[in-house]
Design a protein around this ligand. Sequence first.
Ligand code: CO
Length: 298
Amino acid sequence: MFKKKEIFLSICLVFLVVFSANLALAGKHGDSKPVKQAILLVAFGTTVPEARKAFDQIESQVKSAFPGLEVRWAFTSSIVRKKLSEQGVKLDPPTVALAKILEDGFNRVVVASFHTIPGEEFHDLYKDVDAFRNMSGSHHRRILVARPLLSSRKHMEAAIDAMLEQTPKSRKPGDAILLMGHGSEHQPADALYAALNFYAQGKDSNLYIATVEGQPTLEDVVPKLKKNGVKKVFLMPFMAVAGDHAQNDMCGDEKDSWKSILTKDGFEVECVMKGTAENPKIVNLWIENIKASHSHFK
Ligand code: CO
């Protein structure tokens, strides 16, 4: 009776030892590569040379937040990449940059885009990264995508504070600030601008957000400016770089620019040409999101 039980237990033990040895081996196989971490910074890109300052600002802040980590760039706009390539500047799209990073042996990667909202461009990036996660040999790699700027109420309020701080000191009581967001056809993401407007109004009743390609629009804001008796409007882009939209749609001399429309409506207009990525406090909010993703590697 006892003997039978002993034999059974020894068989179980043998199985257990063999099984756990296999597990240990499997574990060792998977973990055998040393951990190499990288951050891939992704931006739309810009052909406006002055606007590129924003990327230098981001890079220096990211490098000091993550000392020793490999930091690389990718640019999503094929038009921007083509234009710059004609000037001899070769830039990679995210898929090419990511392939190079993996080929160079990096196996813990945070992909961080400088998007304001999770709109179409962000979702496209996410899909591309996801394709890499499904590739063969990807079991020993981790590739995470950090959230865009407006990822929480706290981030929205902090972004508004940072924009108020960068407003010129010449702003007098009663002068308005109008931020130009990009906007998106991706409705749930676009609604974040209305949310931002709500929190902005809670901090400063003459601070507004409108968008070029989404909601709310300039037409939504103008009646409020008139109702509040505003005389002067400070225009500032709420986009990573003060690029094409800021230079043309916001403050260009064409008659359909916001500056021209507001001037025609009798407002005095002052343009502040500074992208959100040139504002260290806003860059820090993106970095907080990168840190949140990076913390999963520990
Ligand atoms: Co656009």
